[in-house]
Design a protein. Sequence first.
Length: 311
Amino acid sequence: MTMAIPSHTTDNTVAAEPSAFVRMARMLWADKFALCAAIFLIFVIVMAIIGPTILHDLATKQNLRGRNLAPFDFSREWFMWLGADALGRPLWPRIIVATQNTIMVAAGAVLISSVVGTLLGLIAGFASERTSQIIMRLADVIMSFPSLLVAVIVLYILGSSILNLMLVLSITRIPVYLRTTRAEVLEIKSRMFVQAARVMGASSKRILFRHILPVVFPTLTTLATLDFAYVMLAESALSFLGIGIQPPEITWGLMISQGRQYLTNAWWLSFWPGLAIILTTLSLNLLSNWLRIALDPVQRWRLEMKGPKSG
């Protein structure tokens, strides 16, 4: 005699299983450093989206009587609390407005390099040996030149613009994703589930994008988070050297460059944008470390054990 399992028991079991979003939220709550980093990065992204619309006029308004105004003078308007630059423009609005260009360049470069590098890595790891060697030699050619030196030469020839800077930085980062993806594919394609999919007649395209790519994706996500910080620092370095974004556009690196001649008597001109770069880079590193654990099925139990217990 067979006993039927009540349907409501199955429904309760399914309902009790938290969604992926809830599990990630609980693991983020378990790591307070990563939680603070995520909150700060959300704030930066929001400021990059709405900041220029709200504060553009304040950021460009000159007041020569307030040249190099010192910070923490709370008797003035709120937008002057961080001081003013050599033309009397308030630093606080300028830092917020500069967030958009800084984040746009870094995000665009990471997106282009990760997509192109991942596609080439998938092909290099799954295609024939000859195709793989051609792709890898191309990566070796790109990596043989220092990335900042390539950026300096190309930007000097083509001119400085947001698009040119984004493309140059993305090209120099393609080999990182290419090599990482290829190494992962070479290891994953010998696993049983890939062999089973091949035996069942799945095409190479389906195997790559439905079976291999989801396994590689967590590693690439962690890498992209770290690379975002690197590209942002590279953009700031190029702007500091004077070949990055040019006025009237503004980035954090350009603000540091404009304030370096006043370091002895107006340190705040370079300090505040430099602090913004440090905090953003630190937050990205903390978040990438959390992602490395949270997306790894072998290690995520460490965060799940520390997270809030479901009733």
